[in-house]
Write a protein that binds this ligand. Structure first.
Ligand SMILES: NC(=O)C1=CN([C@@H]2O[C@H](COP(=O)(O)OP(=O)(O)OC[C@H]3O[C@@H](n4cnc5c(N)ncnc54)[C@H](O)[C@@H]3O)[C@@H](O)[C@H]2O)[C@@H](O)CC1
Ligand SMILES: Nc1ncnc2c1ncn2[C@@H]1O[C@H](COP(=O)(O)OP(=O)(O)O)[C@@H](O)[C@H]1O
Ligand SMILES: [Mg+2]
Length: 274
């Protein structure tokens, strides 16, 4: 198991070429946010926008449209129950993030199945939060795509069947192989399992233990994978940056809010571009 350091940022965050435009930096489609968990998809979307993804569209419950637009005019919105719009927007994306605040009811399940039926093998699909719980509950068949799962330990227990106390590297890696793709098992020391090796994130702080912190990471992984070519490095860099920014803020703060991490992203990425 390799420990992540800021080397991963230098390997990943590129100085932007002059000759470029929003299309150069990827399209992200974020799917989630029911009528109770609007904040989750708002934070995920804000994290993707502030990570620098060129175009961001959020498929959510219409009750979240006004709050999303008033906070984040950069993002586009659409109703996640509109099947035609979902198909068009998911198909057009480089990266799709599904799950933050999606919920686990009948509508949530239909939305997730629509995403799974639309996604293509060349696209990156970040599977977070409620989407992980739904897959576990309904034993859903996974689509062909570049899959990135971002469970916390309880969600990983549901998805993998491995009890939290038994989540050893060996057991986690065995299930990752069965699932395919990358698995980010989030905890106070997040572990990332990839086809090319396993990584330990020793950055991060208990000041991060607050709702929305994982939704924010999912959006960052969305923004990083959409604009940086090496998908594994993009995931690793997002995990590291999320915690390293929190560590900076926690030097002077008892608690670090997800939105505070998001707002530091443009400055932090500027300092670490190569
Ligand atoms: N503002 C919002 O709208 C928020 C919405 N959220 C959404 O709420 C939905 C449910 O997610 P939750 O994670 O709250 O609920 P879950 O029921 O999936 O998991 C939470 C449970 O797991 C336990 N647990 C064990 N180990 C853990 C670990 N290492 N990290 C975190 N929890 C651990 C917790 O104690 C808790 O009982 C998701 O879709 C999520 O995106 C949450 O992110 C909270 C904020
Ligand atoms: N004590 C801690 N130390 C370091 N990181 C933490 C700690 N507690 C939580 N985190 C981080 O916060 C995030 C929580 O994710 P998650 O539980 O999915 O949050 P939510 O679903 O509420 O957005 C993960 O990235 C996790 O690593
Ligand atoms: Mg979560």
């Amino acid at each position: 198991m390799e420990t992540l350091t800021d080397n991963i940022l230098a390997k990943t965050i590129r100085i932007r070429p002059k000759e470029s435009h929003k299309g150069t930096y990827g399209r992200v489609c974020l799917v989630g946010g029911n009528d109770h968990f609007g904040g989750a998809i708002l934070m995920a979307t804000e994290a993707s926008v502030y990570s620098g993804a060129g175009l961001n569209t959020t498929l959510t419950d219409p009750s979240n449209f006004v709050s999303l637009h008033s906070r984040l005019p950069e993002a586009m919105v659409a109703d996640f129950t509109n099947r035609d719009e979902l198909t068009d927007l998911v198909s057009a994306a480089n990266t799709v993030v599904v799950g933050p605040g999606l919920g686990t009811d009948e509508t949530s399940l239909k939305v997730l199945q629509a995403v799974f039926n639309t996604i293509a093998p060349g696209q990156t699909l970040i599977v977070d939060g409620s989407a992980i719980t739904l897959i576990s509950k309904h034993e859903l068949k996974l689509p062909q795509a570049k899959l990135v799962f971002t469970p916390h330990q309880m969600e990983w227990q549901r998805l993998s069947g491995i009890q939290i106390a038994d989540q050893t590297d060996e057991a986690n890696e065995t299930v990752r192989k069965q699932l395919g793709g990358i698995v980010v098992v989030k905890s106070h020391q997040t572990r990332i399992y990839t086809p090319t090796g396993s990584f330990l994130n020793t950055a991060g702080t208990p000041a991060q233990a607050t709702g929305g912190m994982g939704d924010t990471l999912a959006g960052m992984i969305g923004g990083f994978t959409a604009q940086f070519a090496n998908q594994t490095n993009a995931v690793l860099a997002a995990v590291y940056a999320h915690s390293a920014i929190a560590d900076e803020l926690a030097r002077h703060q008892y608690v670090v809010l997800p939105t505070q991490i998001i707002h530091e992203l443009p400055r932090y990425m500027h300092e670490h571009q190569h």
